[in-house]
Design a protein around this ligand. Sequence first.
Ligand SMILES: [Zn+2]
Length: 66
Amino acid sequence: MVTFDPEGLTWAQRDGDACVVCHKRWPRPRKRVGRLPDDAPVLACADCAEALLPSPAATVVAFPSR
Ligand SMILES: [Zn+2]
């Protein structure tokens, strides 16, 4: 689990209201990509989380449908 430095984040990002990567607040970020030193979750939207973390779901999506 990555620990983010809250100094570099906006209040919305620290609150889990905005994506930690692209600052997007809607759709609400849902993927937990790390934590703050006080153990609060750091969230990112699905697209950014996929870029940050190798997502197990992406492996499933990669299979072509038959
Ligand atoms: Zn994002």
